[in-house]
Design a protein around this ligand. Structure first.
Ligand code: DAK
Length: 264
């Protein structure tokens, strides 16, 4: 898309989209223009049906950084009102990412610090290259994580580890992030996109409606008490029986053939 300067939004085959953070000279740091562009890209994707958009991969350009955080140069001039507006912009963009009905995979190819770590955490799951580094160094700058990081890191690694990482600003290697369950797999950089694409292929042969609704149910479960999450799941489970794909999937099993899903 010619309108974007700091990101690239590209459609690959089979309705797979790549959103690439593309300010390598600043290690892909998030300034407000970049956040606006991500917001615009997500709005475009959210208006598409499953024929046009089935999976989104988020990654960084270059071999050094996924995203090295919010743009410190831009933030250093903000007053309190502007900083609040900046945090709200980041939070709403990351929330839109979270709510996108298609799966979003982060391909973390280097530094994922501060806002970059928060961006990876806002994706559905993370595959990392061996040189990836994760951390919330905000306290080193006299700040706190402002794009949902404290809440999402807590969900990813548990209360005690989240406190330790946030208070120390310590960077985690990809191997440590894997051990903590923050990332699903760690591979050599050259294998990063091929590994992500293997997961994508597995998702593409499933029913896009079923994948989308399972994402919705997991997202909502995260915010609800167990009993409410269970009744919500039952409701979504009921609604999916109206889909063409659910009839096809069960019929194919009973007829001992592969299903052909249409995303409806
Ligand atoms: N912002 C702007 N520029 C950055 C940057 C960043 N976060 N990170 C790197 N750069 C720029 C560097 O300034 C340098 O630019 P030039 O000097 O070449 O013009 C270029 O990218 C290359 O970086 P280095 O020369 O530093 O590269 P090194 O390999 O030496 O070091 C590094 C790589 C990733 C360890 C280092 O760059 C680094 O420590 N970067 C900062 C990482 C960091 O602290 N990130 C967290 C940012 S804070 C909130 C909303 C949001 C947030 C907080 C509050 N509210 C409003 C409440 C979020 C905050 C953050 O994300």
């Amino acid at each position: 898309n010619a309108d974007f300067q700091n990101i690239k939004l590209e459609k690959k085959e089979n309705a797979v989209w790549f959103l690439t953070l593309n300010r390598p000279q600043a290690l892909n740091a998030l300034n407000s223009q970049t956040l606006n562009e991500i917001g615009d890209a997500l709005r475009q994707l959210s208006e598409m049906d499953y024929d046009n958009a089935k999976v989104l991969v988020v990654t960084g350009s270059g071999e050094k950084a996924f995203v090295a955080g919010a743009d410190i140069k831009e933030m250093s001039d903000l007053n309190a009102d502007q900083a609040q507006a900046f945090a709200q912009k980041g939070q709403s963009v990351f929330h839109e990412l979270n709510l996108l009905k298609i799966p979003v995979i982060a391909a973390v190819n280097g530094f994922a610090l501060g806002g970059g770590c928060e961006l990876a955490l806002a994706c559905d799951f993370i595959i990392a290259s061996e040189n990836a580094k994760f951390g919330l160094p905000e306290v080193s700058l006299g700040l706190i994580p402002g794009f949902g990081g404290t809440a999402r890191l807590l969900g990813a690694v548990g209360l005690r580890k989240a406190r330790e990482l946030t208070f120390t600003g310590e960077m985690l290697s990809a191997a440590e992030a894997y051990r903590l369950g923050l990332v699903s797999a760690v591979v050599p950089q050259a294998e990063l996109i091929p590994t992500v694409m293997k997961k994508v292929e597995m998702i593409l042969v499933k029913s896009a409606v079923a994948v989308g609704l399972s994402k919705k149910s997991i997202n909502e479960a995260y915010d609800l008490e167990v009993e409410k999450a269970l009744s919500n799941e039952a409701e979504i489970f009921g609604s999916i029986f109206e889909s063409v794909d659910s009839k096809e999937g069960m019929a194919a099993f009973l007829e001992k053939r592969k299903p052909t899903f249409i995303g409806k």
